[in-house]
Write a protein that binds this ligand. Sequence first.
Ligand code: AMP
Ligand code: MG
Length: 341
Amino acid sequence: MKRLLCLALGLLLLSGCTPAVGGDGETLQFFAMDTVMSVTVSDGDAGAAEAVQAMLYELDSALSRTQENSEISMLNISAGTGNPVALSDTIFDLLESAVALSERTKGAFNPAVAPIMDAWGFTTDEKHVPSDEELQKLLPLLDLGALKLENGRALLTVEGMSVDLGGIAKGYAGDKAADLLSDYGVSSALVSLGGNITAIGTKPDGSDWRVAVRDPKDQESYLCILPLTDKTVSTSGGYERYFEQDGVIYHHIIDPKTGYPARSGLQSVSVVSTSGTVADALSTALFVMGEEDALELWRASDDFEAVLVRDDGVVLVTEGLENGFEFLGDSNGYTYEIIRR
Ligand code: AMP
Ligand code: MG
């Protein structure tokens, strides 16, 4: 719990897949939810960043699939027993949001993907390609109809089902952090939670926070810079977590229809929204859906914008991001197109 950095930030490169270009502030950096996190606070009460850190540690423990007595483990262990599990308001709320976003994305986002993640060994250090037979057997466990949420309690009605909120939790945590910082009188802050960056207010000088999106093929380079005020940007890409077997790369974003890593023609997807929860779940979902379905969902929605990086190096940027957008991908051979409604 100590401040690791206290500096005037010129160009701040935060961990995660979307580093940030920040303003003046104090930065607290720490490790939680399997990633490096940082909270940069420009004003408000002392202790605000530490309060966010404590909240994130708590959320991390509640969501852990490895700690046996976490709320999510209790829910997963009880699958098929018929005994509902009482959850904290936070975890219940997050599960409800996850189910709603699964419905909205026609199942491309699926918080019950855990059995498939486990079959691929993504939760352990023994990643491997499971047999097709094993995957086909597990797919019925992804049916969210068997997750019952009622009066603060959750029940998985089928044995073997389990929930993994890794595709939405950091964005949700960004929303919680923004609420907490506001309680502490903070009006200008940047919260970076491994690939999810939440901008609170503007930079102290009144200009937008500027957040860089990484080149999915070259972690040292940036594809573009997005201006952000009171918004979250979440990035999903196969390059974040993967392994190689027999010359083939297998990454951690699963197509719930097939049980295999999604191969939709996209290298990465960034979603910008006033809701971190929406941004995070949709970045995962749009990556699974691919260009056509992703843009169809964007056209039918008014709560998010997106950057889709196609396998062929074309970067598709929805028109709501055009203002202040800065393209940096030329030197790595990318081109970009603004997508209109
Ligand atoms: P993200 O980096 O936000 O795209 O989340 C990826 C993580 O979400 C993975 O490591 C899994 O824990 C989980 N996940 C993988 N595939 C899906 C999916 N189709 N829907 C929801 N969560 C997923
Ligand atoms: Mg996500």
